[in-house]
Design a protein around this ligand. Sequence first.
Ligand code: MLT
Ligand code: ZN
Length: 484
Amino acid sequence: MSLAAPDADLLARIERRLGPRGFTTDAQDMAPWLTDWRGRIRGSAAALLSPADVDQVADVVRIAAEARVAIVPQGGNSSMVAGATPPADGNALLLSLRRMRAIRSVSPLDNVVVAEAGVILSDLHDAVAGAGRRFPLSLAAKGSATVGGLISTNAGGTQVLRFGPMRSLVLGIEAVLPDGSRFDGLSALRKDNRGYDLRQLLAGAEGTLGIVTAASLRLVAAIGQRAVAWVGLASPADALALLRRLEEATGEAVESFEIVPADGLDLVLRHIERARQPLAGRHAWNVLIEAVAPAGAADPTEAIGQALGDAIEAGVVEDGVVAANEAQADALWLLREEMSEAERIDGMAAKHDVSVPVSAMPAFMASARTEVEQAFPGVRVLAFGHLGDGNVHFNVRPPVGVEGRPWLETQGEAVSRLVHDLTVAAGGSISAEHGIGQMKRAELERLGPASRLAALRSIKRAFDPLSLFNPGKLVALAPNSGVP
Ligand code: MLT
Ligand code: ZN
């Protein structure tokens, strides 16, 4: 059951089918796509394929499948877990969806957009804004992340609080399956109860079950007014109490509630040139809040301002500012969105993406920090992110003065095991929104449980018995067998 290397004949057939714009083996053209975003994992590929439409995808998959050659699908290549980085053996074909970037239709009446897999998230935002609608998912990598990648990783981001992760916005999917057949499931039905939901199986499958080529996505009313605020407070527990206060004061208006510790904000202010101090003083914790209302509904600014004033009086909040205009709102968002980039510039870190029940997160953040700092003296925990979803990026940086890469190589695994053990003990997940990819596969195997892994493997086997799609990611066909 081993995977083959493509021979010259096979590559020539694929090149003929895709034409010169859709095929390259040039090392320089391929280089940027062979490593993950944080530069931790290097892969190799026999060729980079860039089909222009779903027919080309299906034909290429069929040609490769006949020869038992693996395919690694790739969107914007901003995976946090090297989910789109090909294996190092160089036998796989890297298949980029980036040329497929048509918005096929926008239907304001259905509240649906049909977008091809290569559409970049910020372009999708712009396209539906033209029709008076909004696609309510956003994340820091919106300038490069693509629709296909967002679906395949079931991406989260900063609006999950109200609208859920990517899978909750997917109404239909078009995909090519590992034998080259097509799944034509684009029809955007709000209700469809014909058994197993194939769209939901493909969402979050990390390209291991099918290659998503297009999707029907849910839209909501465009934003009429938004209130963006930055507050300083003493603890994650106070932050959570504030979230519930804001919800009581504004109904469903709060869409984003993102926590940033003082040392996280310091990093952004140090490394990101445009970043400006949001409040006069330094606070142990900060929260970015966005509340929105559609045109015609009451502006949430007043309600947020009032609720924050009450929270200051109640001692829940230490200080806060509500953006007075869009430029100020963007400046506050920059402080949150550049958090990962600032951390990356600062050096290597053991990154984690954990979730626990929302109410348990403040205590988890405190106790896990203590345990990690005791077990690895000198390390610096930086936990930030989606507190309202019970999901933080519980990152661990090396002690001051210790070089990141060697530290990560010697200590990273042990640090991650401890963080993940603590997460599982708290009833949580070791991947809240980034997926498993290559980087968390061993941990998924280690932490199981076995019944869950067996079910995942059965699904993989049913779709892709030869493991031709994205080998080495998510789950192995058979445990400890060397079969990808
Ligand atoms: C974020 O919340 O900023 C992203 O998930 C990226 C990260 O974890 O670094
Ligand atoms: Zn995140």
